[in-house]
Design a binder for this molecule. Structure first.
Ligand SMILES: [Mg+2]
Length: 217
């Protein structure tokens, strides 16, 4: 029941977010909220309706543990870059943004702090930061603004266009990583919370954040 309930909530959240995207004013870029990367966890935990039953503190702890080896890896890998164009790839929902822990009207959705720290660190080491999400194309602008306002460096954002919406997520995401490689990048790390974020290769290393058997999108 818990899984089905979360899934229903997610469906509602996606639909509502799409409605928000449609209603989003054209001038929103200029009026984008200031960066709020230091939003206290207590305020997040106290948020109203959420789309998951996963405990926030447990999730935060598990995410931090999963990403702990990533920073020393990026440090070591960039020290041996020797002129290569390096990139990391991140999933968006519940990898880069705390999507399932906030109601859709709490825009912008705050960053997943350990992922934000990693992305900023990679950026500081000359690594370009790409996002590949299963969100539909209509949410491209909203998602890009959210990522930037949450503090992320964004060198590229891939969303699913119409044909991709009918295919497998893993195949779509793999194809986008191949496209990034075709631009001359070596993807040193691919970070996601679902198996479909990480299957298919085209990354030197993967970092798997928790999805609790599909509980988190
Ligand atoms: Mg996700």
């Amino acid at each position: 029941m818990r899984g089905r309930s979360a899934s229903r909530h997610r469906t509602l959240t996606v639909a509502a977010t799409a409605a928000l995207a449609l209603a989003w004013p054209v001038q929103a870029d200029a009026a984008a909220p200031a960066a709020a990367p230091d939003r206290p966890a207590a305020a997040v935990a106290a948020g109203a309706a959420r789309s998951t039953d996963v405990d926030y503190a447990t999730w935060q702890r598990d995410v931090a543990a999963a990403l702990a080896p990533a920073r020393p890896y990026v440090e070591q890998r960039t020290a041996n870059a020797s002129g290569e164009k390096l990139a990391i790839v991140l999933d968006v929902d519940n990898t880069s943004l705390e999507t399932d822990f906030h109601s859709f009207w709490e825009y912008p959705t705050p960053a997943v702090r350990p992922a934000l720290d990693l992305a900023r660190y990679a950026d500081s080491r000359g690594v370009d930061v790409f996002f590949v999400t299963a969100r539909p194309g209509i949410l491209h602008g909203l998602t890009a603004r959210n990522l930037r306002s949450a503090g992320y460096p964004v060198d590229g954002l891939y969303v699913r266009d119409l044909p991709d919406l009918f295919g497998e997520v893993a195949a779509y995401k793999t194809e986008k990583r191949a496209e990034i490689e075709a631009k001359g990048y070596r993807i040193i790390a691919n970070i996601g919370n679902r198996p479909s974020d990480l299957a298919g290769g085209h990354a030197e290393r993967v970092f798997k954040l928790p999805d609790y058997d599909g509980e988190l999108s």
